[in-house]
Write a protein of this length. Structure first.
Lengths: 380, 378
């Protein structure tokens, strides 16, 4: 076994942290307060090469391996980038762009990937429906082929980036009777007639990401916007799970390092009863809890990344274990970090309040903790 | 980066698991009493035929020190926690101390018999305040007539009643020292084993008294000025308890999983009920997370020693608490089957608490981890 990162990876991580602290973090609190998407920061992520990090250079990407890509996500969290922006990045780069890259034609790749890598375009993925969350097979959105077009009807909900996306990977049933194998994936560009998005949902956390419904009402798209073949959509959606369980979780691990740093800074400065609160064992206990969580989660996530780099098929049990751990065990440390800051931790002035809200998504997004437990209990 | 053990390492883990399983099936080692102690001593000789006792002490081709050791520890601890604890305190705590700081004569005299399993060793570190980190050692050696006279009191010494040599940690010239005292040495008396322990029932644990116990000077070991002997010994002990914890978590989880697949109620196996299936999922998550963290901490000890101290404490706390939690949940899944009669879950439930209390306790570990985050020097 070997848990070492290369020197290049470690230097790259430091560089991302430096970049993010300078270019992104100063605006995080303001955008969170205004529930606004930070287009400038997103574009800077593209300019820095993060949005397209794992795509080949010939498509405008960085050609990085999965481990390095996961490390970039951890670095963003460690720098203090908010969960909204990292979620937007994840939905854009992994759920949308990666699906296009993996399953698209060369023409589709050339059309979309460079723009998505640079951040010129924003992508999203429409899978969840009001009555079809984890139970994907019961989705009701349909795509009917008429000549050289598909006609989409239905709606999606909780779609990250939907209100701001230029292109959406949309899953719809081409064969409504075929359950999973009747699902296909399509590319739908914004301004396509018949396609509209709802107002951004007001969320508890990850507020800078824009999340809304998508509506398809006799939405006609060219037949060449089909991704792969009819009936392959379900398997495509499953393949995004590898990213869900590694790169999308990585910012939560990075945030634990950030929380620890902020908490120690605060605990050293804050004086009560004539001494800094860091001198009290109750405070040290909370700092320890944050560190312990981060260390345990880190190993699980990089294991998924490393396996993907080895070209191994996803071990769904290990992936669900990583997701369940980060989802359910990250809430406690975020709570501890808020408590270390006391009343200030409860106020927006300090970002522990935001981080606590952001952390609540971990057991819900990308497959709830209960779904992970279902997967694990079936596979064990 | 590489998250896999090699084929050779896996083969060793399987060999150990099977060897100890086969032996313990015929020779109980975890139920307590003199018979268990004898069985453990005999099992040590069998382990001495494998590479196990030498891991992280001697270089063995194809094995990678503490990293390989952690996987081997898990395999042995899962089958017989008492054999594991006896073996580990003998070789991995005392043995490693002799290997690290002892001269060739001491290694030949004391280390070789430990590594072959011919004899057991003990390390006497704990004193009345239990925690030597907060209070200075009260066991003191004084130079007298070309020897050292040792006085002090130790408690909770694993293997003390059955060891052929005890490494007593005390102060000599105001510096930490390890005094190697052979069983039967005048001035050293071994206490009666205190009443029934909660777990590790097969292990002989007791206190000892040193009253003007004379130790030859050439059997006193001290480390260099840049090393902290007690901290290193604690780290060795914490590694042992990490290994125990992941072994106990493995045993509890696997017993509960197998039971849940086979025990039927309401016409279906109980694993089919979400309350059970979800509980098992959480247990597996804790087991896998602690296993990986323990291995990473072990790897860090070998490869980035400066980072190993804090990370090992994190791993020790997480593994020990996870083992207790997993064993507790396993107990609920097995229900009365676990509560009555000796079985792996009841055993793990009782043994897991040891990991939280001994070594650097989870409470003190958290304080130290917090101190490290705050930049407070130990």
């Amino acid at each position: 076994m070997d848990f070492a990162f290369t020197k290049e990876q470690e230097m790259f991580k430091k560089e991302i942290i430096r970049f993010a602290k300078k270019e992104i973090v100063p605006r995080v609190q303001e955008f969170d307060l205004n529930k606004a998407f930070d287009f400038e920061s997103f574009r800077k992520l593209g300019d820095f090469g993060i949005l397209g990090l794992h795509f080949p250079e010939s498509y405008g990407g960085g050609g990085a391996d999965v481990t390095t890509t996961v490390m970039a996500g951890e670095a963003l969290g460690e720098a203090g980038v908010d969960g909204g922006l990292t979620l937007a990045y994840g939905a854009h780069s992994f759920l949308c762009a990666d699906t296009i890259f993996k399953h698209g034609t060369e023409a589709q790749r050339k059309k979309y990937i460079p723009k998505l890598c640079s951040g010129e375009w924003i992508g999203c993925m429409g899978l969840t429906e009001p009555d079809a969350g984890s139970d994907v097979a019961s989705m009701k959105t349909t795509a009917e082929k008429k000549g050289d077009k598909y006609v989409l009807n239905g709606s999606k909900i909780f779609i990250t980036n939907a209100p701001i996306a230029n292109v959406s990977v949309v899953y719809a049933k081409t064969d409504p009777d075929a359950k999973h194998m009747g699902i296909s994936a399509f590319l739908v560009e914004k301004d396509t007639p018949g396609y509209t998005c709802g107002e951004p949902l007001i969320k508890m956390g990850v507020r800078t990401s824009q999340t809304s419904e998508q509506f398809f009402s006799n939405c006609e798209i060219p037949a060449e916007n089909l991704l792969g073949n009819e009936g392959e959509g379900f398997n495509m959606s499953l393949q995004t799970v590898e990213w869900d369980r590694s790169a999308l979780l990585a910012p939560f691990v990075g945030v634990s390092t950030y929380m620890l740093k902020r908490c120690t800074e605060y605990a050293k400065k804050r004086v009560q009863f004539g001494r800094s609160i860091g001198e009290f064992q109750a405070t040290k206990r909370k700092l320890a809890n944050i560190r312990i969580f981060g260390e345990a989660a880190r190993s699980l996530i990089y294991r998924i990344a490393w396996c993907k780099d080895q070209g191994r098929p996803l071990n769904h049990l290990e992936a669900a274990v990583a997701k369940l751990f980060v989802g359910d065990w990250s809430v406690g440390p975020a709570n501890d970090a808020m408590l270390v800051h006391g009343g200030y931790g409860y106020c927006h002035e300090y970002d522990m309040e935001r981080i606590f809200r952001d952390s609540r998504l971990a057991p819900i997004g990308g497959g709830t903790s209960d779904i992970q437990k279902m997967i694990i209990s079936k596979l064990m | 980066m590489n998250y896999d053990y090699s084929k050779k390492e896996f083969e060793l883990f399987i060999e150990l698991y099977q060897t100890v399983s086969a032996y313990s099936a015929e020779h109980p080692m975890d139920s307590g009493g003199d018979e268990c102690r004898k069985n453990i001593q005999a099992a040590m000789k069998q382990l001495g035929q494998t590479p196990y006792l030498k891991l992280a002490i001697a270089d063995i081709d194809g094995f990678y020190g503490t990293t390989t050791l952690m996987g081997a520890m898990e395999a042995v601890a899962a089958v017989s926690p008492s054999l594991y604890l006896s073996a580990e305190y003998s070789v991995r705590v005392l043995g490693r101390a002799i290997a690290r700081w002892g001269n060739e004569t001491l290694k030949k005299t004391f280390l070789d018999p430990l590594l072959s399993g011919e004899s057991l060793g003990a390390l006497a570190l704990c004193e009345e305040t239990v925690n030597v980190d907060n209070d200075p050692l009260a066991t003191i050696g004084e130079r007298r007539d070309g020897g050292v006279v040792l006085n002090g009191r130790k408690q909770f010494v694993v293997n003390a009643p059955v060891a052929s040599v005890v490494g007593v940690v005390g102060l000599l010239d105001d510096k930490p020292a390890l005094f190697l005292v052979e069983t039967g040495a005048p001035g050293m008396t071994i206490d009666d084993t205190p009443g029934d322990a909660l777990g590790y029932k097969g292990v002989a644990i007791s206190g000892l008294h040193l009253r003007n116990c004379v130790v030859q000077e050439d059997r006193v070991i001290q480390c260099g000025p840049k090393e902290n002997m007690t901290a290193i010994l604690r780290l060795y002990e914490n590694q042992v308890l990490m290994g125990a914890s992941i072994g106990l978590a493995k045993a509890s989880f696997e017993a509960a999983r197998d039971y849940a697949k086979n025990h039927r109620t309401g016409g279906k196996p109980i694993i089919a009920y979400q309350e059970i299936g979800f509980k098992l999922s959480e247990m597996l998550t804790l087991y896998q997370a602690s296993q990986l963290l323990a291995i990473r901490a072990a790897w860090t000890f070998e490869n980035k020693p400066k980072e190993a101290g804090d990370l090992s404490l994190c791993a020790k706390v997480f593994c020990a608490e996870s083992a207790s939690q997993v064993a507790g949940e396993a107990m609920k899944i097995l229900g009365s089957s676990a509560y009555f009669g000796a079985n792996p879950v009841e055993r793990a439930y009782c043994c897991a608490r040891y990991g939280e209390v001994f070594g650097t306790s989870t409470e003190l570990s958290r304080v130290k981890i917090g101190d490290a985050a705050l930049g407070v020097k130990a």
